[in-house]
Design a protein. Structure first.
Length: 135
Protein backbone atom coordinates (compact mmCIF):
# COMPACT_ATOMS: atom_id res chain seq x y z
CA UNK A 1 0.00 0.00 0.00
CA UNK A 2 1.43 3.44 -0.86
CA UNK A 3 2.46 5.77 1.94
CA UNK A 4 3.36 9.41 2.43
CA UNK A 5 6.98 10.51 2.41
CA UNK A 6 6.72 13.74 4.45
CA UNK A 7 4.61 14.82 7.46
CA UNK A 8 3.43 17.86 5.48
CA UNK A 9 1.67 15.54 3.05
CA UNK A 10 -0.39 14.05 5.87
CA UNK A 11 -1.28 17.49 7.18
CA UNK A 12 -2.25 18.59 3.66
CA UNK A 13 -4.30 15.56 2.61
CA UNK A 14 -5.79 14.15 5.81
CA UNK A 15 -6.00 17.49 7.60
CA UNK A 16 -7.33 19.01 4.39
CA UNK A 17 -10.34 16.72 4.18
CA UNK A 18 -11.38 17.79 7.66
CA UNK A 19 -10.91 21.45 6.76
CA UNK A 20 -13.16 20.81 3.75
CA UNK A 21 -15.70 19.08 6.01
CA UNK A 22 -15.67 21.97 8.49
CA UNK A 23 -16.43 24.35 5.60
CA UNK A 24 -19.60 22.36 4.80
CA UNK A 25 -22.24 23.61 7.27
CA UNK A 26 -24.23 20.37 7.45
CA UNK A 27 -21.25 18.06 7.81
CA UNK A 28 -19.49 20.46 10.20
CA UNK A 29 -22.55 20.46 12.47
CA UNK A 30 -22.67 16.65 12.46
CA UNK A 31 -18.97 16.41 13.24
CA UNK A 32 -19.30 19.02 16.00
CA UNK A 33 -22.21 17.04 17.41
CA UNK A 34 -19.87 14.14 18.16
CA UNK A 35 -17.78 16.41 20.38
CA UNK A 36 -14.71 14.30 19.64
CA UNK A 37 -11.15 15.55 19.77
CA UNK A 38 -9.11 12.99 17.84
CA UNK A 39 -5.36 12.79 17.51
CA UNK A 40 -3.86 10.80 14.65
CA UNK A 41 -0.22 9.86 15.12
CA UNK A 42 1.44 8.20 12.15
CA UNK A 43 4.77 6.56 11.57
CA UNK A 44 6.83 6.59 8.38
CA UNK A 45 6.77 9.64 8.42
CA UNK A 46 5.86 10.77 11.93
CA UNK A 47 3.28 13.57 12.10
CA UNK A 48 0.64 14.14 14.74
CA UNK A 49 -2.63 15.64 13.58
CA UNK A 50 -5.30 16.92 15.98
CA UNK A 51 -8.89 17.02 14.74
CA UNK A 52 -11.11 19.01 17.10
CA UNK A 53 -14.62 18.42 15.80
CA UNK A 54 -16.38 20.63 18.33
CA UNK A 55 -14.23 23.69 17.64
CA UNK A 56 -13.97 22.80 13.94
CA UNK A 57 -10.22 22.98 13.69
CA UNK A 58 -7.27 20.91 12.54
CA UNK A 59 -3.86 21.32 14.14
CA UNK A 60 -0.64 19.89 12.74
CA UNK A 61 2.43 18.89 14.74
CA UNK A 62 0.16 18.25 17.74
CA UNK A 63 2.23 15.64 19.58
CA UNK A 64 1.54 17.11 23.05
CA UNK A 65 -2.06 18.23 22.49
CA UNK A 66 -4.71 16.57 24.66
CA UNK A 67 -7.32 14.44 22.89
CA UNK A 68 -10.28 12.22 23.75
CA UNK A 69 -8.76 9.41 21.71
CA UNK A 70 -5.47 8.89 19.92
CA UNK A 71 -5.12 6.63 16.91
CA UNK A 72 -1.61 5.44 16.07
CA UNK A 73 -0.83 3.78 12.74
CA UNK A 74 1.62 3.63 9.86
CA UNK A 75 0.99 6.30 7.24
CA UNK A 76 0.20 3.67 4.61
CA UNK A 77 -2.68 2.43 6.80
CA UNK A 78 -3.91 6.02 7.25
CA UNK A 79 -3.74 6.61 3.49
CA UNK A 80 -5.64 3.39 2.78
CA UNK A 81 -8.24 4.09 5.47
CA UNK A 82 -9.13 7.53 4.06
CA UNK A 83 -9.64 5.92 0.67
CA UNK A 84 -12.08 3.43 2.18
CA UNK A 85 -9.68 0.53 1.64
CA UNK A 86 -8.90 -0.32 5.28
CA UNK A 87 -11.55 -1.62 7.66
CA UNK A 88 -10.90 0.20 10.93
CA UNK A 89 -12.30 -2.56 13.15
CA UNK A 90 -10.16 -5.25 11.50
CA UNK A 91 -7.08 -3.01 11.53
CA UNK A 92 -7.55 -2.44 15.27
CA UNK A 93 -8.04 -6.17 15.88
CA UNK A 94 -4.83 -6.95 13.96
CA UNK A 95 -2.84 -4.29 15.82
CA UNK A 96 -2.30 -2.16 12.71
CA UNK A 97 -4.22 0.68 14.38
CA UNK A 98 -3.77 1.28 18.08
CA UNK A 99 -6.27 3.34 20.01
CA UNK A 100 -5.57 5.11 23.28
CA UNK A 101 -8.83 6.30 24.79
CA UNK A 102 -12.46 5.29 24.45
CA UNK A 103 -13.13 3.40 21.23
CA UNK A 104 -16.79 4.44 21.57
CA UNK A 105 -15.77 8.02 20.73
CA UNK A 106 -14.19 6.81 17.49
CA UNK A 107 -17.28 4.81 16.62
CA UNK A 108 -19.25 8.09 16.66
CA UNK A 109 -17.01 9.41 13.90
CA UNK A 110 -17.02 6.30 11.68
CA UNK A 111 -20.23 7.00 9.70
CA UNK A 112 -19.18 10.61 9.12
CA UNK A 113 -15.65 9.61 8.14
CA UNK A 114 -17.03 7.55 5.28
CA UNK A 115 -18.41 10.74 3.73
CA UNK A 116 -14.85 12.05 3.53
CA UNK A 117 -13.43 9.10 1.54
CA UNK A 118 -14.44 10.46 -1.91
CA UNK A 119 -13.20 13.94 -0.96
CA UNK A 120 -9.82 12.46 -0.03
CA UNK A 121 -9.49 10.44 -3.24
CA UNK A 122 -10.51 13.42 -5.36
CA UNK A 123 -7.94 15.63 -3.62
CA UNK A 124 -5.19 13.10 -4.38
CA UNK A 125 -6.28 12.92 -8.03
CA UNK A 126 -6.57 16.70 -8.38
CA UNK A 127 -3.00 17.06 -7.13
CA UNK A 128 -1.72 14.37 -9.49
CA UNK A 129 -0.89 12.02 -6.61
CA UNK A 130 -1.89 8.78 -8.31
CA UNK A 131 1.18 7.31 -6.57
CA UNK A 132 -0.83 7.42 -3.33
CA UNK A 133 -3.98 5.80 -4.72
CA UNK A 134 -4.72 2.29 -3.49
CA UNK A 135 -5.83 -0.05 -6.30
Amino acid sequence: MPAFSKPEEIYHYIGGIFETAFADADLADKLAGTGVVLKMVCSNPEPALLIDTQNRRVVGNAFDAPADATMTMDSEIANGYWQGKVNLTFAMARGKVKVDGPVAKLIKLAPLSKKLFPVYVERLRADGREDLLVG
